[in-house]
Design a protein around this ligand. Structure first.
Ligand code: SF4
Length: 188
């Protein structure tokens, strides 16, 4: 992790800016290559993530890892970084409340300032609606790249949704293949 990402993480460890800070076991700041040019963003930590302090480590994380390995971009050494909209687990795996996301977004924005990613992939509706378009519909708009503020954004299915509906796995794989092609085209 770069010095500035380390410093940011240390500051974030102290955060109690919303009620989720009081109930977390561990902060789930993010993981990956500090020089990554591709940033994946989910909605928030679940139970396993809260226990281990790392994003996407439960069953849905294993599925995400499979897709990343299929496009030769593993979380270790694949030039990617993985984070969430909120850094602390919402109780009982509920969705983050809008005010919790609002309080936590400055941390993600700070991560973006450090990484300066060229591509941000939103995993699931909540991240896509926060970062791409409040009306974003994953089933309709997944896999589409759109430029905002010099960054290419793409939304795809949340791995947990794919575990519930495996019929969408083919579409998700196509999105990851499109991501691989885009990374290659950009020399990433
Ligand atoms: S969720 Fe974000 S804003 Fe809320 S306490 Fe955790 S780090 Fe702070």
């Amino acid at each position: 992790m770069s010095d500035s990402m380390q410093q940011l993480r240390a500051q974030c460890e102290e955060c109690q800016n919303c009620p989720l800070g009081a109930t977390r076991t561990n902060l789930v700041f993010g993981v990956g290559d500090p020089a990554a040019k591709v940033l994946f963003v989910g909605e928030g930590p679940g139970e396993q993530e809260d226990l281990q302090g790392e994003p996407f480590v439960g069953k849905s994380g294993q599925l995400l890892d499979r897709y990343l390995e299929l496009i030769d971009r593993p979380r270790d050494g694949g030039g990617i970084y993985i984070a969430n909209i909120v850094k602390c687990r919402p109780p009982h795996n509920r969705d983050p409340k809008p005010e919790e996301s609002e309080q936590c977004l400055p941390w993600l924005r700070a991560q973006v300032r450090v990484l300066r990613p060229q591509i941000i992939v939103c995993l699931g509706r909540i991240a896509a609606q926060r970062l791409i378009d409040p009306d974003f519909r994953v089933t309709r708009e997944h896999g589409v790249f759109r430029e905002k503020g010099g960054i290419l954004f793409m939304g795809t299915f949340h791995p947990a949704a794919l575990l519930r509906n495996s019929a969408q796995k083919k579409d998700a794989l196509a999105d990851f293949q499109a991501l691989r092609d885009k990374m290659e085209a950009l020399g990433l």
